[in-house]
Design a protein. Structure first.
Length: 423
């Protein structure tokens, strides 16, 4: 009991310390997505400079996501038992250094290796940051805090394509990687000033001694998590495909440069700020009225976003299609705050990093990691150009519809699993 009280005393909910955790983690998440998106906006320049094909670009992105898959859960397991703030800091430094080194690449091999190491750095960040935020805020406000955190994803994605596109066009694609690496290192050092907390909030001492395999077993015994893991994987088949190939699709179909394509994708991405806040508020409000409100928010949010992206792609983001694309930018992020909160709601405190880490692992292994490569292969088989990418991206949207079904199944067990943790 004394250890549990000490943990509470060291990390009180609310106040400056909690907001510092949220701000630093959110800014790092923003840089995280800037470093992800800089490759998508520089694709056409890299292809021309290095002689790469769509398949090779897809393989680079798939390798990036695959490295995240391999290290996501081990990094999360380590964060639960070591120090979450140190894990966050270390991961930020790793991905920033190798983002810089990506800019030095001269061929396919010298791009794919540092990009894989960027993925290793990003693998453990959310697994350390999300449980810290969850511990800093009360359960009733958890989805709202996650909504703020996920706003950073939208801002980072937008800045990545807007600034990356401008820098690539005016100073070359390499300079974009060099510049984007700097803020990640600075913020990673500031992360060491965050208040850490003991992951062993659980009064059950056996939870502190859980082995690696026992932790996995614990997570998969929770029905809500099993279906979330599947749903999130399907969702990101659609999401990662668009993040990777969206700018190139616009450049090819509308014959525009990276600056203009970056502005369009950036505008769609920045709309996700509205969706992040709306998703967090809606999830918490619906939860007050319904015992499975958070999961229903994720279910219908993903369903509607899938319909919107499918429509916008068919219209190639022209005219009405552009308006639909803007709406997609808002709705696409609505499920994320709810899903993030639920992975923490139904998991015992001692495995909350692992809960999100397993979600990330399943996301990449079961679909998200392979989607960019598959879209690239489809594009090359259909002759490249805008038509090939269009077909590949349309096929990828089916993941969103399947994911919404899995989220709905998950909603049926959420209330019971939440009650077990509360008891």
């Amino acid at each position: 009991m004394g250890r549990c009280n000490l943990s509470t005393k060291q990390f009180r909910k609310g106040g400056f310390s909690s907001w510092y955790v949220l701000i630093i983690c959110s800014l790092l998440y923003m840089i995280n997505y800037m470093d992800r998106q800089v490759l998508s906006i520089t694709v056409e320049y890299m292809k021309a400079d290095l002689g790469l094909t769509d398949t090779e670009i897809g393989i680079i992105q798939t390798t990036f996501f695959a490295s995240m898959a391999v290290f996501a859960f081990p990094a999360a397991y380590l964060a639960d038992r070591w120090s979450r703030k140190k894990a966050v800091s270390l991961m930020g430094i790793i991905w920033s250094v190798f983002t810089f080194l990506t800019g030095l690449g001269r061929n396919f091999l010298s791009i794919i290796i540092p990009r894989a190491l960027v993925g290793i750095g990003e693998a453990g960040f959310t697994s350390g940051g999300i449980p810290m935020i969850a511990a800093a805020f009360s359960a009733k406000a958890r989805a709202k805090a996650m909504g703020i955190f996920n706003m950073a994803m939208a801002i980072g994605a937008a800045l990545g394509v807007v600034l990356g596109g401008y820098i690539a066009q005016t100073h070359g694609w390499r300079m974009a990687f060099y510049i984007f690496a700097i803020p990640g290192i600075v913020l990673s050092l500031l992360a060491l000033l965050m208040k850490d907390y003991s992951a062993t909030e659980d009064k059950n001492e056996s939870a502190q001694k859980a082995t690696f395999l026992r932790t996995i077993t614990t997570l998969f015994k929770i029905p809500t998590l099993r279906w979330i893991y599947l749903g999130y994987a399907m969702q990101n088949i659609m999401f990662f495909s668009f993040l990777t190939w969206g700018p190139a699709f616009l450049m090819r179909t509308q014959q525009i440069d990276s600056t203009k394509a970056g502005m369009i994708i950036g505008l769609i991405s920045i709309m996700a700020i509205i969706g992040a806040v709306l998703g967090g508020v809606l999830a918490d409000s619906w939860q007050k009225r319904s015992k499975n409100g958070r999961m229903l928010t994720a279910t219908f949010g993903l369903l509607f976003s899938s319909i919107l992206l499918l429509t916008a792609m068919c219209l190639e983001f022209r005219g009405v299609g552009f308006v639909v694309g803007i709406l997609y930018g808002i709705v696409a992020i609505i499920p994320i705050p709810a899903i993030t909160a639920v992975t923490q709601d139904v998991a015992p405190p001692s495995v909350r990093s692992a809960s999100w880490g397993m979600n990330a692992f399943c996301c990449y292994v079961l679909g998200g990691a392979w989607a960019p490569m598959i879209v690239g292969i489809i594009s090359d088989r259909l002759g490249g150009g805008g038509y090939g990418l269009k077909i590949g991206l349309l096929i990828a949207t089916t993941g969103g519809f399947i994911g919404s079904l899995f989220y709905w199944i998950s909603s049926r067990s959420y209330a019971a699993d939440l009650k077990k943790v509360e008891e």
